[in-house]
Design a protein around this ligand. Structure first.
Ligand SMILES: Nc1ncnc2c1ncn2[C@@H]1O[C@H](COP(=O)(O)OP(=O)(O)OP(=O)(O)O)[C@@H](O)[C@H]1O
Ligand SMILES: [Mg+2]
Length: 391
């Protein structure tokens, strides 16, 4: 089964493009399931019907489901949560706060993604199209395995094995609530679930991420940051969808300036994400709230391409730790051996190779580090970052 995730800044058109893609796939004869992990349910709005937590047919070959993240959370997290609450209460935290603190932000969406894994394993569909929450949340979600590990190490301070031996003693010596086997089993299940989701989502033959953006400065900056992080965590972006481009035929002088600005931004988008393909969708003259309009949008975006295909498969950016230095490998198209210019300011790396300019948003682990050297090897640029933070 193919899985395509759509993400991007709030309001850029993720839901719309996800629907258009799903309809495009279904219209080519494949069975597609469209699901939303966004708690702000909007798939229903796009199709003009109420969509529930079980897949329901919304068009020929197309099913849609809107899961209730809260419900999924309760199912999987309940036992662990109960224990967390008792620990937090033991530490003197008021009931209501303990209740709040026992839910890690972003967990609900994670459990929605667990459904991705379930559908993948059951496999009744050819394609699964996922409309994700805005980028902030998605990014937090992608780093959740680390966050959870941090959390668990503090909440379960003693190794399970030791705890097994100590539990009778510990119970006598302290009133700290000791997790029982059920809690450990729940944590185990939780880790397994998480690992399963990650495996599916980082398998390049199965899953692609498509970044939706608009030709606007802030939106592009956020998309670039997301792009870096997605690459960092091993998720493959196979296309960027630039949405809401002013159509050629708009000639009203009022929009002249907008068109010039958009053209400039579009150029930046093309150059910044290359070699990842940038697909384009014009701003329509109305909201896209019917299957027909969405299908048309899909045709415009993909033209002759199969929307279910892997549209690009490569690692355009990788970051590896070698000893105590970090090496960023960057695939650059149109590379020339002319003078390479490179500078870093805060968390942005500016790059110029011949006529080619690019800004790369650095992940937190690299921000503030100085560049030791940069080598060009064919179309691969290797940038070595020095150890330690800059004073
Ligand atoms: N190319 C377009 N032309 C005209 N209207 C559009 C286009 N793309 C999206 N829209 C409209 O913009 C609105 C917002 O789009 P959409 O809900 O897809 O954004 P979103 O990124 O999913 O938002 P959120 O972050 O809130 O989930 C919708 O009413 C949609 O119909
Ligand atoms: Mg949406």
């Amino acid at each position: 089964m193919r899985i395509v995730l759509f993400t991007g800044k709030g309001g850029v058109g993720k839901t719309t493009v996800a629907c258009a893609t799903a309809l495009g796939i279904a219209s080519r004869g494949s069975k597609a399931l469209l699901m939303s992990t966004d708690p702000a349910h909007s798939l229903g709005d796009a199709f003009g019907i109420e969509i529930g937590p079980e897949p329901q047919e919304v068009a020929t070959n197309l099913w849609a489901e809107q899961i209730d993240p809260q419900q999924r959370l309760e199912e999987s997290w309940r036992e662990i949560q109960q224990h967390l609450i008792s620990v937090l209460q033991w530490a003197g935290i008021a009931d209501i706060e303990a209740e709040e603190l026992s839910v890690i932000p972003g967990l609900d969406e994670l459990f929605s993604l667990a459904d991705v894994k379930r559908h993948h394993d059951d496999d009744p569909y050819d394609a699964l199209i996922v409309d994700c929450a805005p980028t902030g949340e998605t990014l937090r979600l992608l780093s959740l395995p680390d966050i959870i590990q941090w959390y668990m190490e503090r909440v379960f301070p003693v190794e399970r094995k030791i705890m097994g031996a100590l539990r009778p003693v510990a119970k006598r010596m302290t009133s700290l609530p000791v997790p029982d086997d059920n809690v450990y089993a729940a944590v185990r299940r939780f880790y397994d679930k998480l690992e399963g989701v990650r495996q599916v989502l980082t398998d390049p033959a199965t899953t692609s991420v498509r970044l939706v953006l608009n030709p606007e400065r802030m939106v592009i900056a956020e998309a670039l940051r997301t792009f870096t992080y997605l690459n960092l965590f091993g998720y493959r972006v196979d296309a960027v969808v630039a949405n809401r481009l002013l159509p050629e035929e708009v000639s009203d002088p009022y929009f002249r300036r907008w068109k010039a600005v958009q053209a400039e931004h579009l150029d930046t988008i093309d150059r910044s994400f290359a070699p990842v393909p940038v697909l384009k969708a014009r701003l329509r003259d109305r909201e896209l709230t019917s299957a027909r309009l969405l299908l048309e949008l899909g045709q415009e975006i993909y033209e002759d391409l199969d929307p279910a295909a892997v549209l690009f498969s490569d690692d355009p950016l990788t970051i590896a730790k070698q000893g105590d230095v970090y090496v960023m490998n960057l695939k650059l198209p149109f590379t020339s051996r002319e003078a390479l210019e490179l500078s870093v300011k805060n968390d942005e790396l500016f790059l110029k190779v011949g006529p080619y300019r690019r800004t790369i948003m650095l992940p937190r682990s690299l921000a503030g580090r100085q560049v030791d050297r940069a080598q060009l090897d064919g179309d691969l640029l290797r940038i070595t970052f020095m150890r330690g933070a800059q004073p």
